[in-house]
Ligand binder design. Structure first.
Ligand SMILES: [Fe+2]
Length: 502
């Protein structure tokens, strides 16, 4: 019997069209609702399809070579995007996919996405998964068993994902628990990577890249990681029009397989301007811009940019086209606690040699040890975006994750930084305390002074954290009316915190 390996996942949806992505266990023809069909394409021994439907809402079925493979039990529905925009968007980040048994719940807490999927809570019009969807550097026990069964003990990268085959299994394990699988089949999703989808601290600095390049295994990892990201996450971010003339998809459909995918991924890593992972969508009342803040970096010491010139020009153009509310998805927070921002400014300047070579070397170690890799560590890009957003003179919501605590920060504009992290990867009690002491205590006290000492110009505006930090596993929802209400849902799905009138 033919079957699906991953999915179906409802991905791109607008007010007339919906796209359904899936991995199948064999090559064949996929048919949705008996009407829309497409042949699969194959790469690295895996088979995929993305089917575009036009003008259809309601329950759907999937057939592979004429045999019904979906639904299995609960029906999946397509709900198109209301033309006026979504009334409810949910988002979250940092989700480890360990089993949902008592042992793992004790160590990792409840998977809030899984809890939401199994509840009768209202489904959002869109779910944004904004980073660390999979942990390629910290595989779960079942993933380690899969690795052990196919590689010699100790073969590098030991206890990490090595190649496309392991990535495919990593995604399968992350998305095929029955409740999660159903949720992803019936709620449209938009995604962007963060570091752990590739590796902790991905592209933190030029030194980091040089260190990774010296290993025997990184090149294969980054090629398979970006290739798998393109297949499992990126493809469904694109509209049918964007996909129609995507040269890589055309090549894969022609049967060029691994050679085409791996070549594309190697170029995307070596020359980020060869491809754009960022994307934008009009959502009626709002424009959503999801920004790649990991791969598109320019890491030249002394001229570091969060977005390289091409990517920055694209972002400026997208922002200029915004007429309603602007929502920016950035996997890493734009507005951190202010003191931490200044520490990152200071560290970046020292890494660039402001206080000499020895301090630069030590500062680089400090940068990597303490994750000083957010917008504050790319000060010029922060200042550029801050000025651009203030000049807009309309509300901006920036959605982020990565930091393992949730909060709201507010800056003039008004600019609201809404952070929701983790969905399932809580910090230990000791690390929570350490975060409060360092990020909200020590950094607040000394961050500004350090930045002044290194003669770093102040940012264009000041901001404050006005809610949080919340350290529990959480999923956030944005409810749209005249204004926006934000709710952070905890493990019991009850509100941990609610903020009105953004
Ligand atoms: Fe991250």
């Amino acid at each position: 019997m033919p079957d699906l390996v991953v999915g179906p996942m409802l991905r791109y949806v607008d007010s007339t069209r919906a796209s359904i992505w899936m991995e199948t266990d064999r090559p064949g023809v996929v048919t949705v609702c008996g009407r829309w069909d497409t042949p699969t394409f194959s790469v690295h021994g895996h088979h995929y399809a993305i089917v575009d439907l036009e003008g259809y809402e309601g329950e759907y079925t999937v057939e592979l070579d004429g045999e019904r493979v979906w639904p299995v039990d609960r029906p999946s529905r397509i709900r198109l995007m209301p033309p006026e925009g979504p009334s409810r968007v949910m988002f979250g980040s940092c989700r480890t996919s360990v089993p949902h048994d008592a042992v793992h719940t004790a160590t990792h807490g409840v998977d809030v996405l899984h809890a939401y999927a199994g509840s009768d809570k209202p489904l959002p019009d869109l779910l944004l998964m904004i980073g660390d969807q999979v942990y390629a550097d910290k595989p779960s026990a079942p993933m380690l068993e899969f690795i052990a069964a196919r590689r010699k003990p100790g073969e590098e990268p030991a206890k990490e994902i090595a190649d496309f085959e392991e990535y495919a299994e990593l995604y399968r394990q992350a998305w095929t628990d029955p409740d999660i699988r159903w949720l992803l089949s019936t709620v449209p999703t938009a995604m962007i990577f963060d570091d752990h989808d590739l590796r902790d601290d991905w592209n933190t600095s030029k030194d980091w890249r040089a260190e990774m390049a010296r290993t025997s295994w990184w090149q294969r990892r980054v090629v398979s990681g970006l290739g798998a990201y393109w297949i499992y996450q990126h493809l469904g971010n694109l509209s049918p029009d964007e996909r129609a003339d995507d040269p890589l998809l055309v090549a894969l459909k022609r049967g060029e397989g691994a050679e085409a995918l791996d070549g594309f991924a190697a170029r995307a890593d070596a020359d980020p301007s060869s491809n754009r992972w960022s994307y934008a969508r009009d959502l009626g009342h709002s424009r959503l811009i999801i920004v790649d803040t990991r791969c598109a970096r320019q890491l030249t010491p002394g001229d570091r940019r969060m977005l390289d010139p091409g990517e920055w020009a694209w972002l400026e153009e997208q922002i200029a086209q915004t007429s309603g509310r602007l929502i920016i998805g950035s996997s890493i927070p734009f507005l951190l606690p202010e003191g931490v921002h200044y520490v990152q400014n200071w560290n970046e300047a020292l890494c660039d040699g402001k206080w000499g070579r020895l301090v630069a070397w030590l500062s680089e170690r400090f940068r990597q040890a303490f994750d000083l890799e957010h917008w504050g560590a790319f000060r010029r890009s922060f200042d550029d975006l801050a000025r651009l957003l203030v000049e807009l003179r309309r509300p901006v919501l920036i959605l982020s994750g990565d930091v393992h605590y949730s909060y709201l920060a507010q800056a003039p504009g008004p600019i609201y930084q809404i952070v929701c992290s983790p969905i399932r990867n809580p910090l230990s009690k000791a690390l929570r305390l350490a975060n409060i002491v360092t990020q909200f205590g020590v950094a607040t006290l000394i961050g500004g002074a350090l930045a002044s000492l290194a003669r770093i110009p102040r940012p264009p505006f000041r901001w404050r954290v006005t809610k949080g930090p919340l350290f529990q596993n959480a999923l956030a929802s944005l409810e749209f009316g005249e204004r926006v209400t934000v709710v952070w849902h905890g493990e019991s799905l009850d509100p941990l915190e609610t903020v009105h009138d953004l």
